[in-house]
Design a protein around this ligand. Structure first.
Ligand SMILES: Nc1ncnc2c1ncn2[C@@H]1O[C@H](COP(=O)(O)OP(=O)(O)O)[C@@H](O)[C@H]1O
Ligand SMILES: [Mg+2]
Length: 255
């Protein structure tokens, strides 16, 4: 058998007449960082909402950790270890960073008071937010709000972390801390599905990649394979510089 932590079969979702995803068979292997790319409107965020349980599918099933969780609520899934970081951060703006993380650990993660405390410090450390622990979330700059979004998900000690564009809107120079945070999470043994528009942020950490278009998987493989595929290149003309960056150095670069 495979080491699948999560598997979808024939997963579909429509909004009215708009079929956003259909017939999606996706496997997330335990311990991997699965990068998901695809143009705007491809259905990436919808996929994440389906996996996290915040919306139900129109068709298909989702198995997680050996169980069919298709009909399970987002809260139930969170308590079983599926945590979601949203494209638009959703902190409690009037609470401090620490308080936000405590709420996630206790209520989303279902941890005891004692376990929650440990999990919160773990999340702060992994995301390098410890110096901001007492800051009110509403006063954070974008980079720290993105870090808080990852930390919030981590505070519940998840098995599976779902990230939606956590690098979006950051400057080049703000990317490394976010990439480092995801890498640290992965190294701690958490399985990650990371949807990202900033492709080179993904290639730094992803162990496997898929490209979604019109709700279907267009390409799947190592990040290098996916980004080199002609179909993907055609959609992503804008990523050519990234492709050069990840190409092996053959020593012919300008001296
Ligand atoms: N709640 C919703 N109601 C109606 N249409 C939606 C809803 N959520 C997403 N869509 C539509 O589904 C398509 C895919 O959206 P989304 O999953 O957000 O794409 P992506 O994250 O890949 O940009 C878009 O056309 C979007 O307008
Ligand atoms: Mg999206």
């Amino acid at each position: 058998m495979t080491d699948a932590l999560l598997r979808t079969r024939g997963l579909g979702r429509s909004f009215g007449r708009l079929e956003v995803l259909s017939g999606l068979d996706l496997t997330v292997r335990a311990g991997e960082v699965l990068g998901v790319i695809g143009p705007n409107g491809a259905g990436k965020s919808t996929l994440l909402s389906l996996l996290g349980g915040s919306i139900p599918p129109s068709a298909g099933t989702i198995d997680y950790d050996g169980e069919d969780v298709t009909r399970r609520s987002a809260q139930w899934r969170a308590r079983r270890g599926i945590a979601t970081s949203y494209q638009i951060p959703r902190p409690f703006l009037g609470m401090t960073v620490l308080e936000n993380l405590l709420v996630s650990a206790r209520y989303a993660g279902g941890l005891s008071r004692q376990d929650a405390e440990g999990a919160v410090w773990y999340a702060l450390e992994r995301t390098q937010l410890t110096p901001q622990a007492d800051r009110v979330a509403g006063s954070l700059r974008l980079l720290d709000r993105k870090r808080l979004e990852v930390a919030r998900a981590l505070a519940g000690r998840p098995k599976l972390l779902l990230l939606d564009e956590v690098a979006g809107g950051l400057t080049e120079h703000e990317l490394p801390p976010v990439i480092d945070a995801v890498r640290a999470v992965h190294e701690a043994g958490v399985t990650v599905v990371w949807i990202e528009h900033v492709v080179h942020a993904l290639t730094a950490v992803a162990t496997r990649m898929i490209c979604l278009t019109y709700g279907k998987v267009l390409a799947e493989g190592s990040p290098q394979e996916v980004l080199a595929s002609p179909e993907v290149r055609q959609i992503y003309l804008g990523i050519e510089p990234d492709l050069d960056e990840i190409a092996p150095d053959d020593g012919t670069a300008d001296a």
